[in-house]
Design a protein around this ligand. Structure first.
Ligand code: A2P
Length: 270
């Protein structure tokens, strides 16, 4: 009798996770990459939420919170990650390849939700680094354009090459087969770079505080009367924008009570 081929046993997926297959990987820089994977039809989420994502390591799940980049209507899932050479998860995750298995938590959650904001006229999405991930989902959520007259996506990074999704936002999305018409006159993408020359320079905080961004986009000064803000970035950026907003009378919303702004930190730092 022929010997059976020996294949290494794949670790069982713990019940809190779906085991999904990587379908695409794109490295933006030596510090940032995106990947897509299959999506179990049972996974439900709302634009702006995050899930626990990761890998089986030594037979155990090693996971971190990652916001979905893909919109809820996408049949696959997409994520944006930093790469930290000695980071427990990202030192491994950055090497994933098409066909590999990733863990996707079954219970997405989060506060960057349209329903956590009171009705308003302009929705501001303010992000730094990989904090723009949840906003990539939100800018492709039709409900956003039903509820707001203008939608601003600010993305602050150190160097031009860190402007992940720049070309997609600038060129492809306004031409999108189904969304293009809905968002073309409403979505205002505002990338800014702090450590090299670019058409817009400076920290998101400085541009908001001085009103430069409002002037550039032809929008009135920030006010809790008609503006709604979502924040996602480093703890320092979140704290600075929070202070700036509260000084102008904005009130933080939560899953229990809607407000005039909401925030979430860009989670993965290792
Ligand atoms: P800067 O270059 O002036 O530090 P990082 O890569 O460190 O996460 O930074 C991403 C972007 O966020 C950079 O442009 C950085 O600007 C900016 N940044 C860092 N701290 C703050 C803050 N407290 N408020 C606003 N922007 C910030």
């Amino acid at each position: 009798m022929d010997a059976l081929p020996i294949t290494p046993a794949k670790p069982a997926i713990p019940p809190a996770f779906f085991g999904e297959t990587v379908t695409w990987v794109h490295h933006w820089t030596d510090k940032q990459f995106s990947f897509r994977c299959t999506r179990d039809p049972a996974l439900r989420f709302v634009a702006g939420q995050f899930a626990m994502i990761g890998l089986m390591v030594n037979g155990k799940p090693l996971v971190r919170a990652y916001s979905m980049v893909s919109p809820p209507w996408d049949e696959e899932l997409e994520f944006l990650s930093i790469k930290v050479q000695d980071g427990p998860l990202t030192s491994r995750l950055q090497h994933i390849q098409v066909g590999d298995t990733v863990l996707i938590g079954k219970k997405p959650t989060g506060t960057l939700l349209i329903e956590n904001l009171l009705p308003g006229r302009t929705l501001w999405m303010v992000s730094t680094g990989t904090g723009m991930a949840p906003f990539m989902s939100l800018v492709r959520e039709p409900e956003v354009y039903e509820k707001y007259e203008k939608v601003v996506l600010m993305h602050g990074v150190r160097e031009v090459k860190e402007l992940a999704y720049h070309d997609y936002l600038q060129k492809d999305l306004p031409e999108h087969e189904f969304l293009g018409e809905m968002l073309r006159d409403k979505l205002l993408y505002y990338p800014t770079v702090t450590r090299e020359a670019f058409r817009t320079q400076g920290r998101v905080t400085t541009l908001l505080d001085s009103g430069q961004v409002n002037a550039d986009l032809g929008l009135p000064p920030l006010s809790p009367e008609h503006d709604r803000v979502m924040l996602c970035g480093s703890e320092a950026m979140n704290a600075d924008v929070k202070a700036l907003l509260e000084a102008r009378g904005f009130v933080e919303g939560s899953n229990n009570e809607p407000g005039t702004y909401v925030l979430e930190k860009a989670f993965v730092t290792k």
